[in-house]
Design a protein around this ligand. Structure first.
Ligand SMILES: [Zn+2]
Length: 594
């Protein structure tokens, strides 16, 4: 059997570009209605079909069959040549990664000035990795994009449109931009199922789910991975075969580790990890998979299910729901987020993984989050009590220390903001029957008069605002930048802010932004009121802005802050990838520091 499914099943018609039908249909209609643009920008993650779509467009424009629906026939000499990516007079594919300079762009411009080879043909330039083009190269192209020769079309494909925005914003207005969707696991599964059925190969649903997960949004990768599995032998594609071919750890091993943690058998961690090491497991992959399992367990605890779970996990995880709390799982996920980047680089992967599991197994669960929540919810005036205790806190403690341990376990009255939100979160974190009766509601001590006097001139913290904290500011930074852009249409300011890094907050409410040039600093100082406004809509006690300039190769911000930022960044990504986790974090307002 001939392999290379990715190639064999690369779409030949707009109708085959299933997941990106929003773009495919627009393009086909543009051709049919003779409303074609001169330059297109296809944006999207790798493996989503940018080049494929560009080729289908070129095929449709030059197809000898001239079908009335303007779909390429896929079979004529022109279609075949373009589809296979082989040399063609009229369709030129350029990899900008290796042709990024101004000379390359000039050459491209010269070539584009020549008319297509035939009366009814189009010349199509497909520029892949377009974000790699230099500013000078874009400038060289700008002219031809402004006054394009007839029947010449440019298609730029990129995974990073923001880099083009930075290097050559003016060219963007000369292009029609299409954003290709990330291909979800369900789409990948479906497509793989169809492809294998066409090949006459049966596959277990679990096996398809594993392949889809490993492909991580890339159809091309999914098909290549399937090739990899098929190359090791024929017959039904089973979960076991996929695991073997991709070097994945069996689900039972994952579940066994989960049980070691649930049952607090810390001593058993060592044997289990050693056994996995004997099998030559890649601990970086294992950690990523185990994080997925924790996420799925969290979903089970919260009473939801994740769509791309195997049947076995759908059955097993709810059984363990009573052994974990949402708070514990979130803390574990946060610990994974912290360890993961170190583990990837480390020569001590086994040791790091082992240590992490031991920490999970010994995780301090003495203060049960849900018991605290219940206590807060049960206590009448719990929220106002929290407010009073917040006011009572010395001002010097208003800024939490990044990286300080075990914040989650702090008693409720020491966590301003969390109590009120936690009370709201109670219906989500449904109390479990096995739970011990909640402790009596904890009331905060009456605030000492002297402390009240000390903070009396400050407005009482608003409960819908987050406490000002560097990690939180970093975590919310993208959203703040977005809101500046959305509410003020301040494009220059928001794009400058996107390159600024919040590096410190002080107890007095000064937020420091670090930028890479004085020009950026000036723009930020000019927009101070807008930035403060955006910060104040989210955070309590924002008083002032400070700007610090650090040359790109100059001294770095302190390590501790960098780690905090990396952490916040990773958490934001994790939250983005899991709406459920996001909702849980939002609802419980958990401080995910450690
Ligand atoms: Zn054709």
């Amino acid at each position: 059997m001939s392999l290379a499914l990715a190639r064999k099943y690369r779409p030949r018609r707009f109708a085959d570009v299933a997941v990106q039908s929003h773009v495919a249909n627009t393009l086909r209609n543009a051709i049919a209605g003779d409303r074609l643009g001169h330059a297109y920008l296809f944006c999207g993650p790798r493996g989503t079909g940018k080049t494929t779509l560009a080729r289908v467009l070129a095929m449709a424009l030059n197809c000898e069959a001239r079908r009335p629906d303007r779909e390429p026939c896929g079979e004529c000499a022109s279609c075949t040549r373009i589809w296979s990516g082989s040399a063609s007079l009229d369709v030129v594919e350029i990899d900008a990664a290796s042709n990024r300079g101004v000379d390359d762009a000039r050459e491209l411009r010269e070539r584009a000035m020549y008319a297509p080879s035939g009366q009814d043909r189009y010349k199509v330039y497909i520029v892949d990795e377009a974000h790699m083009l230099t500013r000078e190269a874009w400038n060289a192209l700008l002219k031809i994009l402004e006054e394009p020769p007839p029947r010449v079309i440019f298609v730029f494909a990129t995974t990073e449109p923001n880099k083009i925005q930075q290097a050559a914003a003016p060219v963007l207005s000369r292009m029609q931009r299409f954003d290709l969707k990330r291909i979800g696991p369900a789409d990948v599964r479906e497509r793989l199922g169809t492809v294998l059925a066409t090949e006459g190969i049966t596959a277990q649903p679990d096996a398809l789910a594993m392949l889809a997960r490993a492909a991580d949004g890339s159809m091309r990768d999914a098909l290549s991975l399937t090739d990899q599995v098929l190359s090791l032998g024929g017959g039904t594609v089973t979960a076991e075969r996929v695991r073997e071919a991709l070097g994945l750890v069996h689900e039972d091993e994952h579940l066994a580790l989960l049980d070691v943690i649930a049952q607090r058998r810390a001593a058993d961690v060592f044997g289990a990890v050693a056994r996995l090491a004997d099998h030559g497991v890649d601990f970086a992959i294992l950690l990523a998979d185990f994080a997925d399992l924790l996420r799925a367990q969290l979903a089970a605890v919260l009473g939801g299910t994740l769509p791309d779970l195997s049947d076995r996990l759908k059955e097993e995880l709810p059984k363990r729901a009573a052994q974990f709390t949402a708070g514990d799982l979130l803390r574990m996920l946060q610990m994974v987020v912290e360890v993961e980047p170190h583990l990837k680089r480390s020569g001590q992967q086994q040791l790091l993984f082992e240590t992490l599991l031991v920490r999970f197994a010994l995780l301090d669960r003495t203060l049960d989050l849900e018991a605290v929540l219940k206590g807060v919810a049960a206590g009448s005036g719990g929220a106002s009590g929290a407010g009073a205790s917040t006011a009572a806190r010395p001002v010097t403690e208003a800024t939490s220390r990044p990286g300080s341990g075990a914040r989650l376990a702090a008693p409720a009255e020491e966590r301003p903001g969390s109590t009120a939100q936690a009370a709201r979160a109670e219906p989500i974190a449904a109390p479990r029957v096995s739970e011990p009766p909640p402790p009596p509601p904890r009331r905060s001590a009456a605030p000492a008069a002297s402390v009240v006097a000390e903070v009396a001139d400050r407005p009482a913290p608003r409960r819908d605002l987050l406490p000002l904290d560097i990690n939180r500011v970093a975590e919310h930074w993208d959203a703040i930048v977005d809101s500046v852009n959305a509410e003020h249409r301040a494009l220059l300011l928001s794009s400058t802010l996107a390159h600024a890094t919040p590096t410190a907050v002080t107890a007095a409410g000064v937020v420091t932004l670090t930028v890479e040039s004085d020009a950026h600093a000036d723009i930020i100082v000019g927009g101070e009121a807008v930035i403060l406004g955006a910060l104040r809509r989210r955070f309590d006690n924002v008083q002032k802005l400070a700007v610090r300039t650090v040359a790109p190769d100059g001294p770095r911000a302190p390590q501790r802050l960098n780690e905090g930022l990396v952490k916040a960044d990773r958490m934001a990504m994790l939250r983005k990838s899991s709406p459920l986790l996001d909702a849980a974090v939002e609802a419980l307002d958990l401080e995910l520091l450690d």
